[in-house]
Write a protein that binds this ligand. Sequence first.
Ligand code: ATP
Length: 366
Amino acid sequence: MILKELSIINYKNIAQAELQLSPKINCFIGNNGMGKTNLLDAVYYLSFCRSYTNPVDSQIIKHDSDICMLQGKYIFEDSTQEEIYSGIRRRQKKQFKRNKKEYERLSDHIGLIPLVMISPADIELITGASEGRRRFMDIAISQFDKEYLRALVRYNKALQQRNALLKNDEDLIDITLLELWEDQMVEDGVLIYNKRVEFIMKLTPMFNDFYSRVSGSAETVSFEYISQLNDGDFKDKMKGNRQRDLSIGHTTVGVHRDELEMLLNGFPIKKIGSQGQNKTYFVSLKLAQFKYLLDTGNTTPILVLDDIFDRLDSKRVEEIVKLVSEPEFGQIFMSDTNRESLDKILDRLNNDSHIYSVINGEINLI
Ligand SMILES: Nc1ncnc2c1ncn2[C@@H]1O[C@H](COP(=O)(O)OP(=O)(O)OP(=O)(O)O)[C@@H](O)[C@H]1O
């Protein structure tokens, strides 16, 4: 599937843009702070109903405006078209429409326009808290598995409710209600766990393959899915921890505590990775996510590469360029600050490409 036309009004510093996009490569060039990431973020928004960089909708509306609008026209492999619209007003519920019809739930949209974004902010996957690594799994799986997304929404709600009960005085807690939320958490938690196990199992060889191709096999990498559900029954654990949870005031067992341990040459990459190795790691992880989505879904996802070549040596850049120019990669959006380096990359890609300049939020085809 490709994004054929994109219209933007008041998205961050982009006051207005109307773009007819290339089905293959779209490059956005400009100096720092000009709006390249904002443009790529708008493309991301139309897939996920939220910004990649800022979860607060009111902050994505251009500073001096009250309304922001995004519209994308997509064409699928079987020639069907989808028109996706989002309107965001300050202090109002956002509108999100598919072919002029408003979604009842935003989660219904997730997966329709699969997309993988690779950005410098992904360093958080390595250096940040475990929440970011769980979100990586959740976003990746939710794009092709509605059952997973629904279970995740129910699990999080049940967790919130259980935690709210646990904050009460122990004598005042309604145990029947507590058990009700626990049963819900167990039912959905087991489903989430099983799907995460399967996802990681299939993702691992793809990740290893990408990493060794990009790095020229210079390092060995791995990751491990760590969950309290790896051993023992979740229901028993939940019951066994109840007294402890009551005294602490929150739930200490469940898939909301899962972790993805990332290793480089057998050591935690968080502690020993160089900037280039970290970048190679998360780029390979995201490329593996792309491949997984491609193999699982029924349309080629959009790939968005925000400023990813910085801090990589020329050999690694060349390998990534070679990889994404393979036919299985479909439409690509990328940004860079340097026209010369981008030209070299495009020469090698030898593809149908559009190059745009981005200056203070104005976007023009060069
Ligand atoms: N809601 C908003 N309204 C107006 N401008 C905004 C808003 N949010 C962010 N900006 C502006 O957008 C600019 C940042 O744009 P962006 O992150 O896209 O830059 P970039 O071209 O990717 O730069 P870099 O090369 O440094 O990554 C900043 O000048 C910032 O002030």
